[in-house]
Design a protein around this ligand. Structure first.
Ligand code: KIV
Length: 272
């Protein structure tokens, strides 16, 4: 019997172990990740791009995120499932943020939510936590701000790195159980990690964060168009899929599939 991961248990890993985290958007992927022992599975709003085909994360809706989160939760037995709060689901008002975050726990069965931003998010984070909703922070590059700030490495230069550390401390004081740190130089990732008492989970933030997270389709090599510098590809599933689809097409067109072993015998059950 394995102990399920909770926000509190993730928080307690600081200085104890490294955390390997991944994103998931569907049941099959989540089930495999969970079986592999991944402790934290993020239903990231990057699914807007990797699953739904949008150009960035902004269009994905609460309903879409709840739908994908519920599918992931159904595949998981022990990982903590964290749902990403989509663009404008927590910025408009605290009461709207509470209702939206509550949907992830009530309707989808998530264990926590993630919110992008620094000190400016403290009031909403405090309100969620006071109402029983654990929060994962997210600083550095915050893709929901792409139209204002673009997608570039953060924390280069003293002013920006000091701001990031101040943001990290503010999130810690607000009560987040961990925080994603995205696209900062490794020394800044290290400084932020030293500055706070809860785990930092880096993505493009160097080796000294307490954990790492990758967007799973990147790690699996599902897309050929662009691989960010911080990604290590652990498989070439895109190429494997191309080969499988081409082989299937060829077999069907040539009449090689189905073969006798794929056909039912008379009067036998479904398995025969
Ligand atoms: O949406 C996402 O996948 C994320 C990761 C980049 C951490 O927020």
């Amino acid at each position: 019997m394995t102990t399920p991961w909770t926000a509190a248990r993730i928080r307690a890993t600081k200085h104890q172990r490294k955390l390997a985290c991944l994103t998931a958007a569907d049941f099959a992927m989540a089930r495999r990740m969970d079986a592999a022992g991944i402790p934290l599975i993020l239903v990231g709003d990057s699914l807007a791009m990797t699953v739904l085909g949008y150009p960035n994360t902004l269009p994905v809706t609460m309903d879409q995120m709840v739908h994908h989160t519920a599918a992931v939760v159904r595949g998981v037995r022990q990982a903590l499932v964290v749902a990403d709060m989509p663009f404008l689901s927590y910025q408009v008002s605290i009461s709207q943020a509470l209702e939206n975050a509550g949907r992830f726990l009530k309707e989808a069965g998530a264990g926590a939510v993630k919110i992008e931003g620094g000190a400016e998010r403290v009031p909403v984070i405090e309100a969620l936590i006071q109402n029983g909703i654990p929060v994962l922070g997210h600083i550095g590059v915050v893709p929901q701000n792409i139209q204002v700030a673009g997608y570039r490495v953060r924390g280069r230069g003293e002013e920006e790195s000091a701001q990031l550390i101040a943001d990290a401390r503010a999130l810690e004081a607000a009560g987040v159980f961990a925080m994603v740190v995205e696209c900062v130089p490794p020394d800044v990732g290290r400084e932020i990690t030293r500055a706070v008492g809860m785990p930092t989970i880096g993505i493009g933030a160097g080796p000294d964060c307490d954990g790492q997270v990758l967007v799973t389709p990147d790690l699996l090599g599902l897309f050929d168009d662009f691989t960010p510098k911080f990604v290590k590809r652990y498989a070439e599933l895109g190429k494997a899929m191309d080969q499988a689809f081409a082989a299937y097409l060829g077999d069907v067109e040539a009449g090689h599939f189905p073969a006798p072993e794929h056909c039912y015998g008379g009067g036998e059950g479904m398995k025969k």
